[in-house]
Design a protein around this ligand. Structure first.
Ligand SMILES: [Zn+2]
Length: 531
C-alpha cells in the first residue's frame, strides 16, 4: 500500500537539545528531502519565530519535484477571531500548499492549559480547519496528546477529531506527544479511529519509551497511511520517531511503498548530509544507515558473512545505501584479515604464514591498548610492512622536546629530531605551537628533500583517551589521529604512558604509510628499499 511520509526534521527535529539549523541549512535539507522522495516537508512554525518566517519566504524560490512544503501552527487563540489571529494568518501567508495545525484532544489540557470550555475548543478546531480549507490549503490536523486524551475521555477525543473531519481536514494525525504509549495500545486506538472515520489517518510518535518506530509501524498495520517522523530520530527529549527506520521497515519488511525502492539507496547519504549540517556525528549504531549497522567484528561472524552475508545481515546493506564493514580487532579471525587485504588491493600479496603473523601482531597490539578498528591506517601499514619487509624509508635515532614557560600563561616549545634516511643522517630543530607541532615540523624538515610529497599530509582530528585511569596521571594513553593528503584520509594510533611518545608514533606511522603508498603507486628507482 502507498504510505505517505511526512518529515518534521526542520520543525519538531530542531526542538532536539543539540540540533540547530541556519535558514541556509534548512533550505538545503528541504531540497535533499525532496530529492529523497518525501511527500511532505514541514519547514517550521512561521507564526512563532522570525527564522521560520524567513525560511518560508526564501523557500518560495525553491522548486520541489515531488514534496509538498508544509507550514506548522496551532488552532486559533480563543481571544481572536480566526481571520484576525496573527499566527493563523501567518500560516496562510507562508504560501505553502499544505498546512499542519495542532489542536487539543485532552480535556485536561483544554481546561488547564487553554482555560476554555470543551465546546469552545471544538469551535477553535473547526473554525481554524475551515478557514485554511477556504484558503485552498491541504490541512493535516495533528491531534495533540491523542493517546493520553483518549485515555482520559474517549468520547471527547473522538469529538475533537469529528470537529476537524467535518470542517474538511484532509488528514487526521494522531500524536503520541509525550511518547509514553505502548505499542499494542497504539495499534488498538488507531484501529478504533479507523473504524469511526474514513479518509487518511496519520501517526506522529515520540521516542520517550524507545518504541517510537515500532509504534508508527503498528499504527500503519492498524490502518494509518500517513507517517510523521524526523530523519535520524532528531527531536525534543528522546527524539521523534526515526523516519529513516520507518521508511526502511515499511519498504523492506512490510511491503509498503513510501519513497520507492530506487530512492531507498539514498537513505544513508541523506542521513549523513543532515547530520553534517546539524554538526552532529551520525550515530554509528543507528539502524540501517549507521557506520556499524553492517559491521562485523567477531571472527566467527566474519567467517560466515564472507561465505554468505545473509548469515548475519538482516537486509542487503546496499539497498539503503550502506555497506558491509569488517573490523579488525583482537576478536579478529583470519577472515577479517583476508577481507581487509582485498579492500586495500593487497589480497594476493600475503601468503598464509604472513597472514597469520599479521594477525598475531594485531592481537598483541590490541592487548597493549592499540585500537585498530578505528585506525585503519596503522593496520594498512602493518600489512604493507608484511608485504614488503625491506621497505623502510627512514629510522628515527632520537628526538627531544622542551617546553618552557616564558611568562604567566605563555610558553615556548622547541623540538629536535635526528633520523637516518637513504641519503644519510638528518637533523632538524624547530619551534612550534606546542610539542606535537614542533615535532611534526622537524620531521617534515628532515624528510622534505627526499620526499617533498609529505608536505601534503596534514592532521584533521586528534583524540586522546586514558587507558588505565586507576594509575592517575601515570596512566597509558591512546592517541588516535586522523590525517588527510587531499586525496584520501586515514587514521593512525599510538599508545604510551607518555602522550608525546604516543602522538609521535602515530605521526611516524602516518608518514611511513604515505611513503609506502606513494612508492606502490610510482615504483620508481628513488622509491627503492633502503637499509
Ligand atoms: Zn511532536
Amino acid at each position: 500500500m502507498r504510505i505517505y511520509t511526512f518529515d518534521t526534521t526542520l520543525r519538531d527535529g530542531t526542538q532536539g537539545e543539540a540540533v540547530s539549523f541556519s535558514v541556509d541549512d534548512k533550505l538545503a535539507i528541504a531540497q535533499k528531502l525532496d530529492e529523497l522522495g518525501i511527500d511532505y516537508i514541514e519547514g517550521g512554525w512561521p507564526g512563532s519565530n522570525p527564522k521560520d518566517k524567513e525560511f518560508f519566504a526564501r523557500a518560495r524560490d525553491l522548486t520541489f519535484s515531488h514534496a509538498r512544503l508544509t507550514a506548522f501552527g496551532a488552532t486559533r487563540f480563543a481571544k481572536y477571531r480566526v481571520d484576525e489571529d496573527p499566527s493563523v494568518t501567518a500560516l496562510v501567508e507562508a504560501g505553502t500548499p499544505a498546512i499542519a495545525i495542532f489542536g487539543k484532544t485532552w480535556d485536561l489540557h483544554v481546561r488547564r492549559a487553554l482555560g476554555i470550555t470543551l465546546d469552545e475548543n471544538l469551535q477553535l478546531i473547526a473554525e481554524t480547519v475551515k478557514y485554511l480549507k477556504d484558503h485552498g490549503k491541504e490541512v493535516i490536523y495533528d491531534a495533540e496528546h491523542f493517546f493520553d486524551g483518549y485515555k482520559a475521555s474517549r468520547d471527547y477525543a473522538m469529538r475533537t477529531l469529528e470537529a476537524a473531519h467535518t470542517a474538511g481536514a484532509d488528514v487526521l494525525c494522531l500524536c503520541d506527544t509525550n511518547g509514553g504509549t505502548e505499542t499494542g495500545r497504539v495499534a488498538a486506538l488507531v484501529a478504533d479511529v479507523r473504524q469511526q472515520f474514513n479518509g487518511v489517518i496519520g501517526i506522529h510518535t515520540h521516542n520517550d519509551s524507545d518504541v517510537a518506530v515500532a509504534n508508527a509501524l503498528a499504527a500503519v498495520e492498524a490502518g494509518a497511511t500517513h507517517v510523521q517522523g524526523c530523519m535520524n530520530g532528531y527531536g525534543e527529549r528522546c527524539g521523534n520517531a526515526n523516519l529513516t527506520s520507518i521508511i526502511a521497515n515499511l519498504e523492506l519488511k512490510l511491503g509498503h511503498t513510501t519513497i520507492g525502492a530506487a530512492r531507498l539507496a539514498s537513505l544513508t547519504p541523506v542521513c549523513k548530509f543532515i547530520a553534517e549540517l546539524a554538526n552532529l556525528p551520525l550515530r554509528s549504531d543507528q539502524a540501517f544507515v549507521g557506520k556499524s549497522a553492517f559491521a562485523h567484528k567477531g571472527g566467527v561472524h566474519v567467517a560466515a558473512v564472507l561465505k554468505d552475508p545473509a548469515t548475519y545481515e538482516h537486509i542487503v546493506p546496499e539497498l539503503v545505501g550502506n555497506q558491509q564493514r569488517v573490523l579488525v580487532s583482537d576478536l579478529a579471525g583470519r577472515g577479517n584479515i583476508t577481507y581487509k587485504l582485498k579492500q586495500h588491493g593487497l589480497a594476493d600479496r600475503l601468503d598464509e604464514a604472513a597472514r597469520r603473523s599479521v594477525l598475531d601482531r594485531i592481537k598483541q597490539m590490541e592487548y597493549d591498548g592499540y585500537e585498530l578498528e578505528a585506525a585503519e591506517g596503522t593496520f594498512e601499514l602493518l600489512v604493507r610492512e608484511a608485504v614488503q619487509p625491506g621497505m623502510h624509508f627512514f629510522d628515527v635515532d632520537r628526538y627531544e622536546v622542551a617546553t618552557r614557560s616564558t611568562a604567566p600563561g605563555v610558553s615556548e616549545t622547541t623540538a629536535t629530531v635526528i633520523l637516518r634516511g637513504r641519503d644519510g643522517v638528518h637533523e632538524a630543530t624547530a619551534t612550534g605551537h606546542g610539542p606535537f607541532n614542533a615535532l611534526h615540523v622537524c620531521l617534515r624538515k628532515c624528510l622534505s628533500q627526499l620526499y617533498p610529497q609529505i608536505a601534503e599530509v596534514h592532521l584533521t582530528d586528534y583524540k586522546v583517551r586514558v587507558l588505565d585511569s586507576y594509575k592517575g596521571t601515570a596512566a597509558k594513553v591512546r592517541v588516535l589521529i586522523e590525517w588527510s593528503d587531499h586525496r584520501t584520509s586515514w587514521s593512525t594510533v599510538g599508545v604510551s604512558d607518555n602522550v608525546i611518545e604516543a602522538s609521535w608514533r602515530a605521526l611516524v606511522d602516518a608518514i611511513r604509510l604515505e611513503l609506502m603508498r606513494l612508492a606502490d603507486e610510482h615504483p620508481a628507482p628513488t622509491a627503492a628499499a633502503t637499509n
